[in-house]
Design a protein around this ligand. Sequence first.
Ligand SMILES: Cc1cc2nc3c(=O)[nH]c(=O)nc-3n(C[C@H](O)[C@H](O)[C@H](O)COP(=O)(O)OP(=O)(O)OC[C@H]3O[C@@H](n4cnc5c(N)ncnc54)[C@H](O)[C@@H]3O)c2cc1C
Ligand code: SF4
Length: 569
Amino acid sequence: MQVIRSPRVYDVCIVGSGAGGGTVAKVLTEAGANVVMLEGGPMWDSAKDSAMFAWNYESPTRGYGGDKKPFGAFDGCIGGWEIEGEPYTVGRGAWRWFRGRMLGGRTHHWGRISLRFGPDDFRRKSLDGLGDDWPITYDDMKPYYDKLDSFVGIFGENHAARTGLHNEPDGIFLPPPRPRAHELLIKRACDQLRIPIVASRLSILTRAHNGRAACHYCGQCGRGCATHSNFSSVSVMLPPALKTGQLTIVPNAMAREVTTGDDGLATGVAYVDTQKLTDHHVRARVVVVAASCGESARLLLNSKSPRHPNGLANSSGVVGKYLTDSTGLSVGGHVPALAGLPRYNADGTGGAHLYLPWWGDNKALGFPRGYHVELGGGYGMPGYGFLSGIHNFPGSRGGGYGAELKDEYRRYYGSFVNFAGRGEQVARADNYVEIDPNVVDKYGIPVLRFHHTWSDHERLQAKHMQETFRSIIEAMGGTPTSPMPTAAEDYGLAVGGLIIHEAGAVRMGHDATTSALNRYCQAHDAKNLFVADGAPFVSQADKNLTWTIMALAWRTAEYIADERRKGNL
Ligand SMILES: Cc1cc2nc3c(=O)[nH]c(=O)nc-3n(C[C@H](O)[C@H](O)[C@H](O)COP(=O)(O)OP(=O)(O)OC[C@H]3O[C@@H](n4cnc5c(N)ncnc54)[C@H](O)[C@@H]3O)c2cc1C
Ligand code: SF4
């Protein structure tokens, strides 16, 4: 195989340009390092590439995205549940894997729900005996959450003093937008049931911030924001990195292996040019793997050498193990009080303006950990499948034709609400990824095989979600749109991976025999190798993980800069 070798030796090579990789690039270039970033997908900038201003009827499929665009025809992500020529396999249990393949990764279309983990989330084993504690605490992370809040811009409210929810730490927030009618009705029901409901925490600008324009409430965040008013790696992290003149981005560069020298240290990264199908090698003094949890584990497991026969950073054999996703399920409801309302201006951000942080007391509940609740409803842009099945809706006059059908659509439009729970899975070593010995992708890179099941901890949490969401819908005077799933159906718990919060497959810890990375996400086995995505997580939380991916990546990058200054790297 002929390999085209780059003559230049960079200070740092980052693999992946998403939430983690983008953050590391910003911090390290600003600290003076020259950085090469390998990104498996093409360049993409929402300012020119997003379809933010299009109507669904402008698409030939009326907004339907099919298999290639599962979140809609105009969704701002190249990639998906299946990528042609890049398979993965599943062994025990079930798993779905959503991958982005573009500059910025999945950060163009993510939901921007940006929740800090709380103090308890870093020390779960000490609190309930399950799983493991992190090698760091909330106090170690707080300065980086603060930097992130201040630099990126996030709206929300500090409510811990009012709600008493000490595991929902305060942040540095822009003013939240006003709740919309369906959210106010949900709030009324939650108040009645004594379930706390507070302003959402979304990385969307409600005021101009750090040179970026305020949101103008088009509600299309999932398409990628053309005015850079919400967070994506390309809108927020890469511009300051590029401004330093120290960042070289290599798009369409799929890393196949982190190379190492006789001393066991990383020497650079071997990659495939996915357009020309040529093989390349780039040299660097430090390598940061930030290809997303699964891809980072895959890359390390594929980086075998005489010094690292089990794969890189894997003398403990832990790489690939402790894979987790958030628990998740949704319950929808029809609320007659919202039907046929006079139209009012319900414009807002592309996410909910209120949410329910976890409020439960596990001692009284019979399951560990918890979940938060994401709200849906209101007047979304109609498209393919809009209000389908209308003839079966509660109180339907049967659908009909022509003017009668249009009247029915107008009456039902905006009268549905949705509750999506996102909770914590307890990490287990027997949920893992490994290299499938029999399958390679179209570049000849061995692929991952997933093994993942839920336990009763998660099933009982799902039952609680179902019962809670149904009780809120009923308190709103509404009717759930689906029957209560049974225990045999895992109470509707989504298959692992479907919530797209994968974490834990290259875990950090104090002990090099049971963890791959130290408290700075630095490999125990190779001091110039770091991981900067969800892979180092010791556990999930009842919060979405990306704000913590970025805070941890920021901390890792500052450590690298510091060690470089001291001459240790
Ligand atoms: C629809 C959707 C909604 C979401 N909503 C939320 C939310 O509201 N809140 C939240 O916290 N999280 C949310 N998430 C999850 C969030 O998007 C991810 O946690 C986050 O993007 C992970 O960042 P990352 O840097 O690890 O990976 P990514 O953002 O996926 O970036 C990884 C990058 O690495 C590249 N790459 C992969 N392998 C290689 C390789 N071998 N060589 C070179 N490049 C490679 C990929 O092309 C990609 O660009 C959502 C995800 C989706 C899909
Ligand atoms: S709702 Fe706001 S942040 Fe989202 S895409 Fe529209 S303008 Fe951008």
